[in-house]
Write a protein that binds this ligand. Sequence first.
Ligand SMILES: [Mg+2]
Length: 337
Amino acid sequence: MRLSADTVRLDLIHPFRIAREVSDHKNNVLVRISDAGLTGIGEAAPSGYYGEDAASVLRALKGAPAMLGGDPLGLEATLDRLSSGLPGDPSARAAVDIALHDLAAQRLGVPLYRWLGLDSGETPVTSFTIGIDEPEAIRRKVRAAAGYPALKVKLGSVNDLEIMRTIRGETDARIRIDANAGWTVDQAVEMVDRLSDYDVELVEQPLSPGSPEDWRRVREAASMPIFADESVLVSQDVPAMAGLVDGVNVKLMKSGGIREALRLIHTARAHRMGVMIGCMIETSVAITAAAHLSPLADYADLDGNLLISNDPFSGATVRQGRLILPEGPGIGVTPRA
Ligand SMILES: [Mg+2]
């Protein structure tokens, strides 16, 4: 098997602001793995929060070819070697994992969701993200998102309630809140109370990872479900959050790819938790890979490709808010003209 990796610069339609950072572009890495006339494609969307960037991904991938082995269908063994060889590089591993799943499903001649035994009619509604902004800009973004029945609203700034009043003045859409660890425990307890006036579907990552007592206080004060994102990266993180949250946000870039994302989903279910499948700022490659898993999730937040102006691929699409999976073999993405 042959592996190549290239950086791709993604331009954001609007500068994207969450509780801890703002950005106007994102550098991701595309990985191609070829074997016997077929090529699988994968993507790394590294995040500084998890200690990665495009340069660290490229460095990590230099070691990957030696770990691939000779069997493109032998994913369990290959990905085990990769996770012990590159333990600190989850998005680099995700890129290789996605490319190998694409290659293997192409080899078998089926779309990835079929290989996983899933039903493309069972995809959930995906939300469209509204980043932190001034009221006038928020109003414009909410109007532009009128086709989406669910919005994910980023909070964790000084004007959270003003943002909520502005959005509810514009739309009756379902609203999921993401504080990206931006609140103290006292703020979070107050916010989950105030947010009950705004018909909120769930609140994601109100607090920084850690302090089970704080998480318990927030969950007890909340009338809506509380989900963990930054607190749960891989399946081993689930048991510690059991009883503290109602669900987890699964992302390929945190788990290191599809294989571990499946384990994480099943571990969450074993603890009677809800499942959201989410993303970073990504092209249609990583978004479509995640979309193939989405029939296993209660909620999807797979809009990273809709926030960029120069997506080099097409793949999964959104119709009336629901994810539509491509029917080609593998993950089924094609380059845009
Ligand atoms: Mg989140």
